[in-house]
Design a protein around this ligand. Structure first.
Ligand code: SF4
Ligand code: SF4
Length: 163
């Protein structure tokens, strides 16, 4: 992406970030930032400046709690911006390995966290059906899930990711 294209893309999506005054309210409000190196203000600043925000691992530490968005004095849709930037990153093939793995599991078996023998045993102890009402119980539905994921290009997106 070109220098200004992130903020332009966000603006096209109805998200204006260039009014940020770098007050830091977002960073000070961020629960994720209390436990990680994530600085919301820095993400906004870099997106405004056109520096490489797409490869910033902090992008993926946001829990999308929306606290920053509620408190921003400029009413910037910060959380929506982070989600939109993530979407751009993924479409450019930039995805964390763990996310890619989870995505591939959804593609392969219809579950991000496939059931295993331990979970099956727990379910039996709780007098539940061993298998949930998903593709685990109805494996014939898996091809439908895969067709849907293929129709929206999710399969290629995951296969093409290289991060
Ligand atoms: S709270 Fe809003 S104005 Fe303040 S630094 Fe964060 S994004 Fe910028
Ligand atoms: S939405 Fe994300 S960036 Fe904003 S306060 Fe919550 S965790 Fe932090």
């Amino acid at each position: 992406m070109t220098k200004s294209s992130i903020s332009d893309a966000l603006k096209d999506a109805g998200i204006e970030i260039l009014t940020c005054l770098q007050c830091g309210t977002c960073s000070g409000s961020c629960p994720s930032g209390r436990y990680t190196e994530m600085a919301t203000r820095k993400i906004v600043r870099n997106a405004c400046a056109g520096t490489d925000v797409l490869h910033d691992p902090d992008l993926w530490l946001c829990t999308t709690c929306y606290t920053c968005q509620e408190r921003c004095p400029r009413e910037i849709k910060i959380t929506d911006a982070i989600l939109a930037i993530r979407e751009i990153a993924v479409h450019e093939g930039i995805m964390l390995p763990a996310h890619k793995k989870v995505s591939q599991l959804v593609l392969e078996c219809g579950h991000a966290v496939p059931i295993n023998d331990i979970v099956k045993e727990k379910r039996r102890e709780l007098e539940m059906d061993e298998l949930p009402e998903t593709v685990h119980k109805y494996p014939e539905a898996l091809s439908e899930v895969q067709t849907l994921l293929g129709c929206c290009g999710f399969d290629e997106l995951v296969a093409g990711s290289h991060e």
